[in-house]
Design a protein around this ligand. Structure first.
Ligand SMILES: NC(=O)c1ccc[n+]([C@@H]2O[C@H](COP(=O)([O-])OP(=O)(O)OC[C@H]3O[C@@H](n4cnc5c(N)ncnc54)[C@H](O)[C@@H]3O)[C@@H](O)[C@H]2O)c1
Length: 315
């Protein structure tokens, strides 16, 4: 049995990861400051004697004994990460320094939840890991994009300088149950608006494309990545290469929810990428043939089911 630390474990992805690691028979320590995560995401795990929770901010050093670290702590949606941009950069950068310091002391494996945002508004499509990106260093998204880029730099310097076994995964748009209902991300936005019978807001003309990975596929990739040989450091793109326009997504959500809402169009926010699609050739190779298994329609149905229940409970 391994002792595994998951930072950001009470968040959307973190809570699914904790669940999955417990199912595999591990001891899981979930660390979270509940900035965007919530106890309700992990409440069903409280009775498990192998599950432990610590309220802690990763910008402060942490001293615990574990065998592996998954570093997920960081608000992921623009509404949340732009709320306190200085804290966002601190969470990525100081959080990475603190978790890498812990991994160095323990000689443990450490995985970083990086992001496709490190590619910024890319001129290369789809984006392979070798593409260095096109990121605005002074814009409103920079606290997140540059914070995550700096965290990757730190991971690779700890690997080069201290020979630390690192794993860096660049996560592309992921959706599923336990996303925040009001975080402004396109999938949760559309579903919540549709279930409330409201009009669906599209920023721009809806021709910008996105790829959407269902949470179970993403978690499978993270766990496989942690288990790869030491020479596999990444960065590895993980996501679903199926590409849809935002307009197509909106129409699908309207159909699956049976909503009578209309589509309304608003101006595109600054630095919003026009295209985003992962090249997952490397992931297929190093993660033993991993590829996304859940189709968009099926994943949306499960996510809509979750939000339906949640909205009923909230009234
Ligand atoms: N969901 C996606 O599509 C996506 C895409 C790319 C990257 N990621 C990355 O995956 C990770 C998890 O994202 P998510 O979608 O689950 O978001 P989330 O906001 O649901 O989860 C982040 C968690 O980190 C916690 N947290 C934030 N700051 C903290 C701090 N200083 N100390 C301790 N805990 C802190 C939050 O409370 C929350 O529980 C993030 O690092 C994010 O950047 C997610």
């Amino acid at each position: 049995m391994k002792r595994i630390l998951v930072t950001g474990g009470a968040g959307f992805l973190g809570s699914h990861l904790c669940e999955r690691l417990l199912e595999q028979g591990n001891d899981v320590l979930c660390v979270d400051n509940y900035f965007t995560g919530s106890k309700s995401n992990i409440a069903h795990l409280y009775g498990n004697p192998h599950f432990e929770v610590l309220r802690h901010d990763v910008t402060v050093p942490l001293y615990v004994e574990v065998d592996e670290i998954y570093n997920l702590a960081c608000p992921a949606s623009p509404i949340h990460y732009q709320h306190d941009p200085v804290q966002t950069t601190k969470t990525s950068v100081h959080g990475a320094i603190n978790m890498l310091g812990l991994a160095k002391r323990l000689r443990s494996r450490i995985l970083q939840a990086s992001t496709s945002e490190v590619y910024g508004d890319p001129e290369v499509h789809p984006q392979p890991e070798s593409y260095w990106g096109r990121v605005n260093p002074i814009g409103i998204r920079s606290c997140y994009d540059e914070g995550k880029r700096c965290a990757e730099t730190l991971f690779f310097d700890y690997w080069r300088q201290h020979n630390l076994p690192i794993k860096v995964v660049r996560i592309f748009n992921t959706y599923g149950p336990r996303m925040h209902p009001n975080d402004g991300r396109v999938v949760s936005n559309f579903i919540v608006q549709a279930l409330r019978g409201l009009d669906i807001t599209i920023y721009g003309d809806g021709s910008q494309t996105r790829s959407f990975c269902y949470v179970d596929d993403l978690i499978e990739a993270l766990v496989r990545m942690m288990g790869t040989p030491e020479n596999v450091t990444g960065p590895v793109n993980v996501g679903n290469p199926g590409e849809f326009t935002v307009l197509e997504l909106a129409q699908l959500v309207l159909r699956l929810t049976g909503s009578a809402g209309r589509l309304v169009f608003r101006p595109l926010p600054a630095d919003d990428p026009k295209q985003r699609q992962p090249d997952i050739a490397l992931a297929r190779d190093v993660l033993h043939g991993w590829s996304p298994a859940v189709q968009l329609e099926e994943g949306l149905e499960r996510t809509i089911g979750y939000f339906r229940d949640r909205l009923v409970r909230l009234g």
